[in-house]
Design a protein around this ligand. Structure first.
Ligand code: ADP
Length: 374
């Protein structure tokens, strides 16, 4: 206890203040003792003027007695004022220490509670000094931790939910097969296989997402022509568009600069956007791919004439497992993290991704930017 008290900031501040007071008092004493009598004698000498003979002797004796009386009075006065000054300084020092130590103690207690998992912990921000800035910064950090924790819990819930549906379907079919209620036809096996594929895609997407969000992706940067990226992605998706009776168009813009990117990752983003476009556009619709150069780099756009998106959903599309229509998205085979992965990949390139739509039934446009190769 004694050791803790000795080491505490409050005690150290108090001791530092006391040391300042002690040095001040000793200096005051020494200076007064050294200068006081000489100055006093000089003043007395001026007052009495030059003296000689008996008168002079009497005056000399009187001056000596007065000097002694003055010294005693001066020492007493110094003693009292030192005691008064020390008490006043001590009181001020305690107040100042409290002003500094109390917020720090609050921060210490709050950080201990956060470390123990109480993420809602915040500290009051008082004043405008460095301690207030520290408290404000601490609150920001606590808020970030709370959000991260909330997202972590939500992610576990979402993943469990996503796994439950295909697993329940597989369980249902296999039980039916075992009991002989479901016929072991090719269609049955195809349904089971579909659900297994869905599970595998979900696991793959989650792995991609965790790598992208943990910035563990190794990007193989190189200067590439934007048109090549679009054509490769379109080549891989073309048959799906043909099967669904959706027109896919791309008119290459002239004089496009090269972009600095990992081609495989950009193609992955484009395939994801094209996959969504084909999923959410009815037969007979059109999907247009456009690329243009601007101040922010090269912008890629995938615009469809599909079901569109209501304005209130637009800001959330890139969140994990966010779906405008859960049942519909699942039925169409989406894992719910496609756009989250696309966002992480584009941001890993230093770009930006966003969605626009004039509303339900008005089609949707997804766009992203990539830096120009220097
Ligand atoms: P999913 O795998 O469910 O498609 P995404 O992350 O790719 O997940 O997309 C999230 C949601 O955004 C989708 O469920 C859908 O509601 C909406 N969305 C994405 N692309 C489009 C589009 N082209 N048109 C309309 N809605 C879209």
């Amino acid at each position: 206890m004694l050791v803790r008290l000795h080491r505490s900031l409050r005690t150290r501040l108090l001791l530092a203040h006391l040391a300042v007071i002690a040095v001040g008092v000793v200096t005051l004493f020494l200076a007064t003792l050294a200068l006081g009598p000489t100055l006093f004698d000089r003043v007395m000498g001026h007052m009495m003027g030059p003296g000689d003979g008996m008168m002079g002797g009497m005056m000399g004796g009187m001056q000596q007695t007065t000097t002694q009386a003055f010294q005693t009075a001066m020492l007493q006065a110094l003693g009292f004022s030192t005691a008064a000054a020390a008490v006043a300084a001590l009181a001020v020092s305690i107040l100042v220490s409290a002003r500094i130590v109390t917020p720090l103690q609050r921060l210490l207690a709050a950080s201990r509670r956060i470390a123990a998992g109480q993420y809602a912990e915040r500290v009051p921000v008082e004043g405008q000094d460095e301690l207030a800035a520290l408290a404000a910064q601490f609150n920001t950090m606590a808020e970030e931790l709370e959000t991260a924790e909330r997202r972590r819990v939500a992610l576990i819930g979402d993943v469990a939910h996503e796994l439950r549906t295909p697993l329940a379907t597989i369980e249902g079919y296999t039980e039916g097969l075992l009991d002989g209620v479901v016929a072991p036809t090719t269609e049955t096996w195809a349904l089971v296989h579909d659900e297994v594929r869905r599970l595998r895609r979900l696991v793959q997407d989650l792995q991609d997402l965790s790598r992208a969000e943990a910035h563990q992706l190794s990007l193989h940067w190189q200067p590439v022509a934007p048109g090549d990226l679009v054509e490769q992605a379109m080549g891989r998706m073309g048959s799906q568009f043909a099967d669904q009776g959706i027109h896919l168009t791309y008119t290459p813009a002239p004089h496009l600069p090269l972009v600095q990117a990992d081609p495989d990752r950009v193609i992955q983003v484009l395939i994801n956007l094209l996959g969504n476009a084909v999923r959410y556009t009815p037969a007979g619709g059109t999907v247009r791919v456009e690329v243009e150069a601007g101040l922010a780099g090269v912008t890629f756009r995938v615009a469809d004439t599909g079901i569109g998106i209501a304005p209130e959903h637009l800001p959330h599309l890139f969140e994990r497992f966010y779906r405008v229509d859960r049942a519909r998205a699942r039925a169409l085979g989406g894992s719910g993290v496609g756009l989250t992965i696309a966002k992480a990949l584009v941001e890993a390139h230093g770009g930006r991704i966003w969605a626009t739509s004039a509303g339900l039934g008005q089609g949707a446009t997804f766009a992203f930017t990539l830096p120009v190769a220097t």
